[in-house]
Write a protein that binds this ligand. Sequence first.
Ligand code: IMP
Length: 452
Amino acid sequence: MSVIAVVGAQWGDEGKGRVVDFLAADAQLVVRYGGGNNAGHTVVNPHGHFKLHLIPSGIFYPGTRNLLGNGVVINPPALLRELDGLADAGFDCANLFVSDRAHLVMPWHVLLDQLEERERGAARLGTTSRGIGPAYVDKVARRGFRVIDLGEPDVFRAAVGTALARVRRMVRDYYRAGGADDDLRDLVAEATDEGAIAEGYLAAGERMAPHVVDGQAMVDDALERGDRILLEGQLGTMRDLDWGVYPFVTSSSPIPGGASLGAGLPAVRIDRVLGVAKAYTTAVGAGPLPTELDDAEGLELRERGAEYGTSTGRPRRCGWYDAVAVRFSARLAGYSGIALTKLDVLDGFDRIRICTAYRDPETGRRWETIPASASVYARLEPEYEELPGWGADCSAARTWDDLPTAARAYVERLESLAGVPISHVSVGPEREQMILRSVAAPAGAPGEAAAR
Ligand code: IMP
């Protein structure tokens, strides 16, 4: 038995969904532990090409239970849309479960996300506009709505009324929104329509009811039975609320500490942490990104890697692999292994760069970690080392030895810079395009390397 947390090592979109889809073949339970439908997990398998936002990536195995943990924020209409889409593709999702303690994203959270971004103007964070931040704000402010509340219609209706009285005051008096010439006017009307919201959410609650469980009890039973459990992260360390590049972060904790909290299991029961890192860097949303390329190579990475946001369709910012960020993430999250994804995207490059440190042009200081200040981080310049490209298609490789020598050298260099074995290398989106390596964990690493 084992509990494996699958955690993003960069700015999100590392390929956690495809890694979980791969590992879930042997898992009895997959738990999403944070975030909401801001996530976009792409899964390509023999059943088709799927974009999951909320539903855990183990859903395609009927024998694997999938739980949306208490740490997730759930937008019920979005969840139902996803369920309907999967039903059309032939998946009844009877293996989907939802924690009764998970919080709800309410329509006004989506509105407030957009109003807050508008208020920030040029300093906007570039959120996904899915209401994730405001839903977590209400959770922390202890006025949030939870899945369990949908089971008490009268109490729920009254609470929606109370919440909306406050939201209307904020919208009108603070944001001064919703007027005749406001382009968010329709959204304001929709997000403050008390009757439609209460009845719509209660109806959604009835459809969700067969899936709702006591999540902690479900996880605890699985631990008792000795099941293999995967904890599926959302986003990556560099967008972690505490450890990411604040304020350009999400409102939850993608790191393994968030997994313990948001799945409902003791931290000491997590046996292994598999970091997922892309062979280069991408990000959507604002904030410093030292290795970002605003040139033809950046465009090439975007096109070759199809780097467009799964949730929002926004073009992703692309750049070379940032070994400082991944090492920082590895130290913080305690990876026992790393799954390196999208190595094939680098196939066409003559030379490949790796950022091994940053230099501050103002002070001359050399940085080997991430500064706490986003404005300091924004001015740091990457120091690169350069490796030769491999000038060959590596997408057909199925074993480590099939990879070109220069590709293996690149992976080995990343491994030594991270201080963590790279146990999985993916060379394409299909399940069989995952190369497993049996690599020994370095002394002191928290668990053995290979995750299966
Ligand atoms: P929020 O989570 O929508 O509040 O957005 C906060 C930051 O995280 C923004 O920079 C978003 O672009 C980024 N973000 C949120 N979800 C994802 C994701 O699934 N992939 C990549 N970036 C994301």
